[in-house]
Design a protein around this ligand. Structure first.
Ligand SMILES: [Zn+2]
Length: 411
C-alpha cells in the first residue's frame, strides 16, 4: 500500500470494447472502422492520457473473448484455461462453478444405437422443454442442460471430485453408433459411469417426451439423443477481491463474460433499460458506471457491438457503433480526478474476413496527473505511434500502480 495515505483511491473504470481492433478495407477508404469513425471523446482521452497498444495474451495469438478477458483481468489463460466447454455453458446463461464439468452438446436423432442425424434435422423450435426434462440428479450429481439455437445445447455436471477426462459421446458423423463415455484415466472412472447412467435415463425421457412424440407425428426427426463433446472443467479462479484487494463490479450484457465476472466474485451493477445479450444501451451503461465511481473500486464493462458488427463483415456498422459508444463516453469525461478510465478491446476482429485476428488493440489509460504520450487520437494508427505497448496480462498491475494501489517491488 502507498505508505499510509488516507486519501480515497480512484475507481478503475475498465471499458472493454469487444473486437475493437480491425484491419483496413476499401469500404473504409483504406482505414479501419475506428480510424474512420468520428470519436472526439475517446480522442480527447487518448491525447491527454497514456495511449498505446495491447497484445491480447501474447504477440501473435488469435484469442477468443474468454481467453482475452481472462488475461486482461490478470488470470493467465495459458495456466488456468481449461477449454471452451465451461465458457460456452456460461454463454447460454448457465451457472458454472469451480470444479463443474461442462460439455458442448447437440440434440440428435438416434435410431437404435445409431445416430441418424447429428442435428435432428436442424430443429426450428426451442428445445428448452427437452432440456428442462433432462435436467435431473443422478447419484448426488446435478445435471443441468440448457438449449442454444437450433440443435445446440450445453450440459453441466455440478458436484465434487468430478473429472473432465471423459471421451466424447458424439461420433462426429451420421450413421455411426453413439459412443459410450469412457474415462481417459483412472481418475475419471466415477464421472464416466455416472454420466453413462445419466445418458441412459435421459434417452428414456427424451423418447417419451411429448415434444418428440409430436415431432414424429408431424413427420419430423425426434431430438432423442444429447450428444456430448469437449468436456471441460471450470477453472478454480482466485476471487478478484482476494487477488487485488479491490471490490469488483461489472456492467456486462453478454452471458459468457457475465459468467466469468460472476465466477471471480464480482457484483453486478444494474443498468436501466438493459435487456440482456443484444442490448446496445451504451448510454445506460456509461451512466451506470458514472454513478458508481467512488462507490466501488473497480468497474468492468464489456460492450459487444463492435465485435458483432465485424463478425457480420459490416465495417460501416462497426464505425457507427464506435461513434455511438463515443457519444456515451461524455458521461465519464471530467471525472479524471476520481477515476482511471481504461479504454481498450479484448482482441481485434476483422470486418473483412469476419474473424478474430491476432493484431494488437488500442488502449488508453486516462486519469488526472498522468503522463501524456502525445497520441493524436484513439485508433490503431494513432495509438501505435506512441510506441507504448504491453501484453494484456500486465494491464491490471499497470493500472493499479497508476492509482497507487501497488506495493513496492523491492526495497
Ligand atoms: Zn468475436
Amino acid at each position: 500500500m502507498a505508505g499510509g495515505h488516507l486519501m480515497e483511491k480512484k475507481t478503475i473504470v475498465f471499458i472493454i470494447m469487444d473486437g475493437l481492433g480491425d484491419r483496413t478495407s476499401d469500404r473504409m477508404k483504406g482505414r479501419t472502422p475506428l480510424e474512420a469513425a468520428y470519436t472526439p471523446n475517446m480522442d480527447h482521452m487518448a491525447r491527454n492520457g497514456i495511449a498505446g497498444m495491447i497484445y491480447p495474451v501474447k504477440q501473435g495469438l488469435v484469442c477468443g473473448s474468454d481467453t482475452s478477458h481472462l488475461s486482461l483481468l490478470g488470470y493467465d489463460p495459458l495456466k488456468v484455461y481449461t477449454g471452451r466447454g465451461p465458457f460456452e455453458a456460461m454463454g447460454l446463461g448457465m451457472d458454472v462453478m469451480a470444479g463443474d464439468i461442462a460439455f458442448r452438446a447437440n440434440y440428435a436423432t438416434r435410431k437404435g444405437k445409431t445416430i441418424a442425424d447429428r442435428r435432428a434435422g436442424r430443429i426450428d423450435e426451442s428445445t428448452e422443454p427437452l432440456s428442462r426434462a433432462i435436467s435431473i440428479g443422478i447419484d448426488g450429481i446435478k445435471f443441468d442442460v440448457s438449449s442454444g439455437v437450433e440443435h445446440r445445447a450445453a450440459l453441466v455436471m455440478h458436484g465434487h471430485g468430478l473429472s473432465s477426462d471423459v471421451s466424447d459421446t458424439d461420433p462426429h458423423e451420421n450413421g455411426k453408433e453413439v459412443h459410450i463415455p469412457t474415462p481417459k484415466n483412472e481418475s475419471a472412472a466415477i464421472t464416466s459411469s455416472i454420466l453413462e447412467k445419466y445418458l441412459e435415463k435421459s434417452r428414456i425421457i427424451l423418447d417419451e417426451h411429448q415434444m418428440n412424440q409430436k415431432r414424429i407425428a408431424d413427420g419430423k426427426l425426434p431430438a432423442n439423443e444429447l450428444l456430448l463433446r469437449g468436456a471441460g472443467k471450470a477453472p478454480d479462479l482466485e476471487q478478484f477481491q482476494e487477488k487485488y484487494s479491490m471490490k469488483g463490479s461489472y456492467i456486462i450484457g453478454i452471458p459468457m463474460i457475465r459468467g466469468l465476472a460472476k465466477m471471480i466474485g464480482m457484483n453486478e451493477i444494474p443498468v436501466k433499460g438493459m435487456t440482456g445479450s443484444h442490448n446496445t444501451n451504451y448510454n445506460g451503461k456509461l451512466v451506470a458506471a458514472s454513478e458508481n465511481i467512488g462507490k466501488t473500486d473497480f468497474i468492468l464493462m464489456n460492450i459487444k457491438a463492435p465485435d458483432a458488427a465485424a463478425h457480420d463483415r459490416n465495417p460501416e456498422k462497426k464505425l457507427e457503433a464506435m461513434e455511438r459508444i463515443d457519444a456515451a463516453m461524455e458521461n465519464i469525461l471530467g471525472r479524471e480526478d476520481e477515476c482511471l478510465v481504461i479504454l481498450t478491446g479484448d482482441h481485434s476482429t476483422s470486418s473483412v474476413s469476419g474473424e478474430h485476428t491476432g493484431d494488437p488493440v488500442p488502449v488508453v489509460f486516462y486519469t488526472a496527473g498522468q503522463r501524456k504520450l502525445g497520441a493524436t487520437g484513439f485508433n490503431e494508427n494513432h495509438c501505435s505511434k506512441t510506441g507504448f505497448s504491453m501484453e494484456s496480462g500486465n494491464v491490471m498491475n499497470y493500472s493499479m500502480q497508476l492509482v497507487d494501489r501497488l506495493e513496492k517491488y523491492g526495497a
